[in-house]
Design a protein around this ligand. Structure first.
Ligand code: PEP
Ligand code: MG
Length: 748
């Protein structure tokens, strides 16, 4: 590192800090900074462009370009050289700007006079704030050290921007984290919520980006890295780490011991940054690279580096995760991602959850659904944008989040919540009434559950019982395999809470998207069609038997209902059923009380089972159609894949015809049949299912009211006739005609 540049950049930073330490107006400060940088770098021009909105940059201050252009000249992200710097988060350095690809001539600025251009991004840990540019008349390439100096200045500007140093009513800069922002993301669980942001991991605030004494800062960073290394070693020595956790920690250890990482931070400190700012500079670089790298593995490693930087910052600043801040009354959890156990710990006090990552089938999504909390996933860049306590609206139906909304948006949103609350009241008044259609057919409505926490909804929702209890949730939220006695106690409590209503316990359905932290499945090319559900249970019967024993013990004298997921052929059902009968026999011979009645059923989730021999339909006590899986296999469209999961309509007439075939086969043998996929909880879908012959539907608790309300208003035979007419018309889906018909029913 040349001594000259080192002191140049330190000198520049010190001058910058002096300017910033003088109280002043935001615009005034920006003006003085551009003057100072141009002067220090020996360029005719220095300009600061800041984001007005996520797509638009605005010239906010300049030394050397025409002053009239300030706050007038704007460009889109990616447009011109400035837009290019902003888009890719990388410097652009050229001796001949006008002939550079993408150069955009802006006559109002007078920049045609300047040949050389150096632009660096102003960004703070991945949050893009703007672009800092120097230009000069003489054609020259800026050298490495000049680029470095400008980069460091940009980073300090970013820190100061975050702290509000350039905020001004007179056009300077609009305050960060004050503007309304809307995020279009993905719905993870329906429902609407209004509340205040509660960050799962509160951000670290760095108030001292520039330091006077590099040697003290180097001591600080060395001590902090030392502490970090010890803490990782301690974690690695802790018992009960699974292979993945170990791998992540090994990666942490590798980075923490990397000489390059520490050396780069030390160099940054020598050039004038504080230890904290040096860590953030590395973190920003990692985040910028993360956005560019398509390779999943590399991205995960950069993510590790990012996490590690956070830990280091917390050590340096003493800012732990617990900031002492008080959780607001109506918290909406905002996080990059969250584990199921952590989410469960927050529990029902959360009004909503918004994640930057996640998938519809992730464990967090499963828990949010069980807790009936509106959830939005894939809300990119939300964590960087949101502050604790910010006003936030979560629209789980549309997958939209409004952060710091305008009052008009908030008002419209409140209307929507009020309408939903109004509807809930109406549904509550139906609670004790049956779902009987106007033609006199009663459909029995059940609810899906998976946690003890769901059970209070059984009374409130007006459901006849639990049509699907997903037992895997109890396994997913633990860090080790639950014990039989523990499960037996839990299942007994579920039965107690159901107060004699039927609960259909589905045996462990793991594999595919549901992976137990302590029981890793093998790598599979296509896990949705792989080693999952009852296939795992039959191949490794130890867990299946343990679970069945727990269920039998829990029932002790009460009726018990067990069903197996993803039965694909008759022999699988026979084998699974045999396990239950064997355990029953064993319990009896041990003198333990056994259930007074036992029903053993199969979930129909693969098309093949619809074509099973008659003996299967005779043997099984009941069949429950797992519509989520059945539909994905019928249409060969992955239920987890955003590109295809909404592509095919449940009311597609081929699918309805297939379901009718299942109904007919069950009718032939008198096998009780129900439907328990998500579609059962969507009113139009539920109506169609009832119209083609389903007499039992199981759905999330919040759907029981809306489905019941609709069913009580319609004539099933007439709905059936509409579906038949759609078929005669050669339609692909019954939806359009059914919707039209329903609209006439509304007004009738
Ligand atoms: C289904 O597949 O429809 C079902 C109810 O099971 P899960 O969603 O848990 O796979
Ligand atoms: Mg399923």
């Amino acid at each position: 590192m040349p001594e000259r540049t080192e002191s140049e950049s330190r000198k520049l930073l010190r001058r910058l800090r002096d300017v910033l330490s003088v109280p002043g107006e935001g615009q005034d400060r920006l003006d003085r900074i551009t003057h100072l940088i141009a002067d220090s770098m020996g360029t005719e021009v220095c300009s600061i462009y800041l984001f007005r909105d996520p797509e638009t940059l605005e010239l906010c201050a300049t030394e050397g370009l025409k002053k009239e252009a300030v706050h007038q000249t704007r460009m889109k992200l990616g447009e011109g050289l400035v837009g290019r710097v902003a888009r890719f988060g990388q410097p652009v350095n050229t001796a001949d700007a006008p002939s550079e690809k993408g150069f955009r001539y802006m006559p109002e600025t007078g920049e045609e006079l300047f040949s050389s251009f150096l632009g660096v991004p102003i960004q703070r840990v991945g949050e893009k704030l703007g672009v800092l540019v120097v230009q000069s008349r003489t054609a020259r390439q800026f050298n490495e050290d000049e680029i470095y100096a400008l980069d460091v200045v940009a980073m300090v500007l970013a820190e100061m921007t975050e702290l509000g140093a350039f905020t001004s009513d007179q056009g300077g800069m609009r305050a960060l984290h004050k503007q309304p922002v809307m995020f279009r993301a993905t719905s993870g669980q329906e429902g609407a919520a209004e509340g205040r942001v509660w960050l799962h991991e509160p951000r670290v605030v760095v108030t001292n980006p520039v330091a006077d004494d590099p040697l003290t800062e180097i001591d600080r960073i060395k001590a902090a890295v030392g502490e970090l290394r010890v803490s990782i070693d301690d974690l690695l020595e802790a018992q009960q780490l699974d292979k993945d956790q170990k791998q992540v920690l090994e990666a942490y250890r590798m980075f923490a011991h990397s000489r390059g990482w520490l050396r780069r931070m030390e160099e940054d400190i020598m050039r004038g940054l504080s230890a904290e700012a040096a860590v953030e500079k590395e973190q920003s670089a990692a985040r910028a690279r993360m956005e560019q790298v398509p390779d999943q593995y590399l991205r995960e490693r950069l993510q590790d580096l990012d996490d590690l930087s956070n830990r280091l910052l917390r050590i340096l600043t003493g800012q732990g995760k617990d900031t002492g801040a008080e959780m607001p009354d109506n918290p909406v959890l905002v996080a990059r991602n969250i584990g199921p156990a952590e989410l469960l710990e927050y529990g029902r006090k959360l009004k909503g959850v918004v994640l930057e990552e996640g998938s519809v089938g992730s464990h967090a999504a499963i828990v949010a659904r069980a807790l009936a909390i509106p959830l939005v996933i894939n809300a990119q860049r939300l964590v960087a944008e949101a502050l604790n306590g910010d006003h936030i609206l979560v629209d789980g139906d549309q997958g939209i989040v409004h952060l710091r909304p305008e009052e008009t948006v908030a008002r419209a949103f409140r209307d929507k919540i009020a309408m939903q609350a109004e509807a809930q009241k109406r549904y509550a008044s139906l609670r004790n009434l049956p779902a009987t259609t106007t033609c006199g057919t009663t459909i029995s409505l059940h609810m899906n559950a998976g946690l003890m926490a769901d059970l209070p909804s059984l009374d409130g929702s007006g459901a006849d019982g639990v049509g699907l209890f997903r037992t895997e949730l109890q396994f997913l939220i633990r860090s080790k395999m639950p014990q039989r006695a523990e499960l037996a106690r839990l299942y007994a409590r579920v039965m107690d809470a159901a107060k004699g209503k039927r609960v259909a316990f589905r045996t462990l359905d793991i594999g595919s998207d549901k992976v137990l932290p302590y029981m890793k499945p093998p790598e599979e090319p296509n896990p949705a069609m792989g080693w999952r559900a009852v296939r795992v249970g039959l191949d490794k019967p130890g867990v299946l038997r343990m679970q069945v024993q727990a269920l039998i013990r829990a029932a002790a004298g009460r009726p018990l209902t067990i069903m197996f997921p993803l039965i694909t052929e008759h022999s699988e059902f026979q084998a699974a059923r045999a396990h239950v009968l064997r355990e029953l026999h064993r319990e009896k011979s041990l003198g333990h009380p056994v259930p007074d009645r036992i029903e053993i059923g199969a979930m129909m989730e693969t098309p093949s089972l619809a074509f099973a021999p008659k003996s299967f339909f005779e043997l099984t006590d009941f069949i429950s159609v797992g519509g989520n899986d059945l539909k994905q296999f019928f249409f060969a469209a992955d239920r987890e894949n955003e590109l295809v999961r909404r592509r095919y309509d449940t009311l597609n007439l081929s699918f309805l015809a297939f379901l009718e075939q299942i109904i007919a086969r069950c009718a032939e043998t008198g096998t009780p049949l129900s439907f328990c996929g998500e579609d059962a909880g969507r009113p139009i879908e539920a109506l169609a299912l009832a119209a083609i012959g389903f007499r039992s539907l199981s759905m999330r608790p919040a759907s029981v009211g809306p489905v019941k309300a609709l069913l009580r208003r319609i004539n099933l035979a007439a709905a059936r006739a509409v579906i038949d007419r759609a078929r005669q018309d050669g339609a692909e889906s019954a939806r359009p005609l059914l919707m039209d018909w329903l609209a006439t029913q509304e007004t009738a």
